[in-house]
Design a protein around this ligand. Structure first.
Ligand code: SF4
Length: 261
């Protein structure tokens, strides 16, 4: 197992794991935004930059996707690494000035404001990290969204910027969005869930007891197609919202006569 020396602290990790894994093991915090353990790391946000000691020179690398194959020395708290990360954070703040999540992370990194001008309204609040795109394709298996446009016009959208027929309304993209730009909107009257800003809509399944919208019908069908054993019991389980399920269970228990010895 190779040894990683981080800011003077030595940790041994399995060959092939990343500098970020080593830092976590050492209890050293490195800020990340586009990193998620469920998908391959693209290092697109560049926020996890650290310095790698090459002997006679030091190189800036991204910790989330740099594999450790031999003993290495890295610096997380060096002046150059911290300056590089703060510079990236300033750029990100200019892209997503309304993100509370980003503002909180910037604050933790000691960045109070950006010196860069804000981007145009159409690009606002997306940092183009691509995590939503990766999760939709690699975890959900839909590829309902992707990158569109080039250069300053680059954005994440559904094909032709129209509502995607491949979107099942699972909400995974919203769950992983690190700046809170992707939102789930509920349209109770139409019984639909909308994934904003992609305009995709999916019909919701309603609780059989209270009528509350619970989840996208397509998600439940996909989940059911994967159930091999206990299909009937699982169908029964999805019939009610959690609150009504608890109420129904309590009612069932209450109706069972108490056995006295
Ligand atoms: S809600 Fe739609 S776009 Fe988002 S991850 Fe699920 S399928 Fe993909």
């Amino acid at each position: 197992m190779p040894t990683v020396t981080i800011d003077g602290q030595k940790v041994r990790i399995k060959k092939g794991l990343t500098v970020l894994d080593a830092a976590k093991k050492a209890g050293i915090w490195i800020p990340t935004l586009c990193y998620h353990p469920a998908v391959a790391s693209e290092a697109s946000c560049r926020l996890c930059m650290v310095e790698l000691d090459r002997g006679d020179w030091r190189q800036l690398i991204t910790a989330c996707n740099y594999p450790v194959r031999q003993d290495i020395v890295v610096y997380v708290s060096s002046e150059r690494a911290e300056k590089a990360r703060r510079g990236v954070m300033e750029l990100l703040l200019a892209r997503a000035p309304e993100s509370r999540e980003l503002a909180a992370l910037a604050c933790r990194m000691g960045v109070e404001k950006t010196h860069y001008p804000s981007v145009t309204e159409s690009q606002r609040n997306c940092i183009l990290c691509g995590l939503c795109v990766s999760v939709c394709e690699q975890v959900i298996g839909r590829a309902a969204i992707g990158f569109a446009g080039r250069g300053a016009e680059r954005t994440v959208a559904a094909p032709f910027r129209q509502a995607s027929e491949d979107c099942i309304g699972c909400g995974a993209c919203a769950a992983v969005c690190p700046v809170g730009t992707i939102k789930i909107r509920l349209h109770k009257d139409e019984r639909e869930i909308e994934i904003s800003p992609f305009k995709s809509r999916a019909k919701m399944v309603l609780c059989e007891r209270c009528g509350m919208p619970m989840y996208s019908g397509q998600v439940s069908r996909e989940a059911m197609s994967k159930v091999k054993i206990g299909r009937k019991a699982f169908t029964e389980y999805l019939r009610l919202c959690p609150k009504c399920r608890r109420t129904e269970t309590a009612e069932r228990f209450a109706s069972v006569p108490v056995r006295r010895e």
